[in-house]
Ligand binder design. Structure first.
Ligand SMILES: Cc1ncc(COP(=O)(O)O)c(C=O)c1O
Length: 469
């Protein structure tokens, strides 16, 4: 391919005409581009979602990893099966049993983190222009993958109990009436990233009932399900139906993300496609990592370790909620997660979390602006606040700094004649932006029987009968 001289001379990308069309949808994640500033030592980062693994038994892990190489090196450092190693697939079924799933190891496909499984599932189902319904807001990494495969992502509203079944039904029917091909709905039922909200068991059943009624596949992404703070694991949607759900799991949050091991439990024919996809993508998922995790699960009290993680995240979650209660000077609302890593804040009308970020960084605090979690520019009044990584003291201090930023902004706005009230934690601000439909004709919003509700208006938790991340 000839590269024009003129472009060689300038600093422009000389390959810009050569890239595949799909790359135009591939943009740097807002979270990643924040890393350089958020990681400065003086900044309290409430931005990243890195699991806090400082308390892992590193000495024991390093001994068992060394023994693994010494005693089984030729096997564990070799290529392996595209589907994943048999032993870990059995252990994965034991892990999933904690959420009520009866899975067959033969239906498990191991991947390089659940992120890669999102990629494999998307490439298996999506032709350019196909519709993926994604709860709004949604995990930024999933949206990036969906974009990369040129899916049309259409958001579906959530309320304080998660994805709204009626909105889902209307989205499917409206899309189909317009001749669109809806391939699946993407949902994070436990401690959603970014809202922290959790679907009640009743809500899971309702979503499944709608999926059955309209014949829709569900992709259930569940990296946080075992990390409840106030509640024990709820039955996974997959535990209620084995044919309509592709379940994604991960060891990133319950053990360590660096091994990069996740998985799917999928209906048989889908599983076969995922294995072919895995073969094409990587030949096989990382064999050494799978053996290292198998050994950890066999030799360590991993469930006891998860109890410790839950306690550690409880202290951090509580520090954040206390800090927000103490320091938020403006009318803002936020979710009160029962587990997981994230709080979702909604600022008063007129505030823009993207614009405020630069000032926040000068105040030495960082967060992720809410629009990163929507495909269509919504979420400008929202921010995702993570409590997983900093110490409780840092988190509390971070909320104090954030409070200063918002107070300054409110004062500025008052100076220029806007009427925001200070010292008033309003309960009237919706925490979840109404999704735009991406559909022409009657809007889903107008078809939806309920509008999004601020979690803090209703007790702010995903479920009224339990207490957790
Ligand atoms: C909802 C969700 N899904 C998937 C992932 C990907 O996790 P991993 O690839 O480490 O398993 C993440 C990571 O933060 C996540 O929050």
């Amino acid at each position: 391919m000839g590269v024009p001289e003129k472009r060689r001379e300038t600093n422009l990308d000389m390959y810009s005409d050569a890239y595949a069309e799909r790359t135009s949808g591939m943009v740097a994640s807002a979270v990643r581009s924040l890393f350089s500033v958020a990681n400065r030592p003086e900044v309290v980062s409430l931005a990243g979602g890195m699991p806090n693994i400082a308390d892992l038994p590193l000495d024991s892990i390093s001994d068992s990893v060394a023994a693994l190489i010494r005693e089984h090196g030729p096997k564990v450092m070799q290529y392996g099966a595209a589907q994943g190693e048999p032993r870990i697939r059995e252990q994965i079924c034991d892990v999933m049993a904690l959420e009520g799933i009866t899975g067959d190891p033969d239906d498990v496909v191991v991947s390089c983190g659940s992120q890669q499984m999102l990629d494999l599932v998307t490439r298996t189902f999506i032709d350019p222009g196909d519709v993926i319904l994604a709860e709004a807001p949604s995990y930024v990494g999933a949206l990036g993958t969906f974009r990369a495969y040129q899916a049309q992502v259409i958001h579906v509203a959530m309320d304080e109990h998660g994805l709204e079944p009626e909105a889902l039904r209307h989205a499917v029917l409206t899309c189909r009436a317009q001749g669109k091909s809806v391939k699946f709905v993407y949902t994070i039922p436990n401690f959603n990233n970014p809202t922290g909200l959790t679907q009640t068991l009743e809500r899971r059943r309702e979503i499944l009932a709608v999926a059955e009624e309209v014949d829709l596949l569900i992709v259930e992404d569940n990296p946080y399900g075992l990390l409840g703070i106030d509640i024990d694991p709820l039955p996974a949607i997959r535990s209620l139906d084995s044919e309509r759900v592709i379940y994604l799991g991960s060891f990133s949050k319950t053990f360590a993300p660096g091994f990069r091991v996740g998985w799917a439990l999928a209906p048989g024919p889908v599983k076969d496609k995922l294995i072919l996809g895995q073969e094409a993508a990587t030949l096989c998922p990382p064999v050494f990592s799978q053996f290292a995790i198998s050994t950890y699960l066999e030799t360590w009290d991993w469930q006891g370790q998860i109890v410790k993680f839950r306690q550690m995240y409880r202290e951090r979650r509580d520090a954040m909620l206390r800090g927000l209660d103490d320091h938020m000077p403006v009318a803002a609302t936020w979710t009160k997660p029962q587990g997981g890593f994230f709080v979702w804040m909604t600022l008063p009308e007129g505030f823009d979390s993207q614009q405020l970020l630069a000032r926040a960084v000068t105040h030495r605090v960082a967060y992720v602006p809410g629009d990163a979690f929507y495909i269509d520019g919504l979420g400008t009044r929202n921010m995702r606040l993570s409590y997983c990584f900093p110490t409780p003291e840092q988190i509390y201090e971070g909320t104090r700094r954030l409070g200063e930023v918002l107070k300054e902004e409110a004062e500025l706005r008052q100076t220029f004649g806007f009427v925001d009230s200070l010292d008033n934690k309003s309960t009237s601000t919706p925490a979840l932006d109404s999704p735009s439909t991406g559909i022409t004709g009657p809007s889903l919003e107008s078809l939806s029987p309920t509008s999004p509700v601020a979690p803090s208006e209703t007790g702010a938790t995903a479920s009224s009968h339990r207490t957790d991340h």
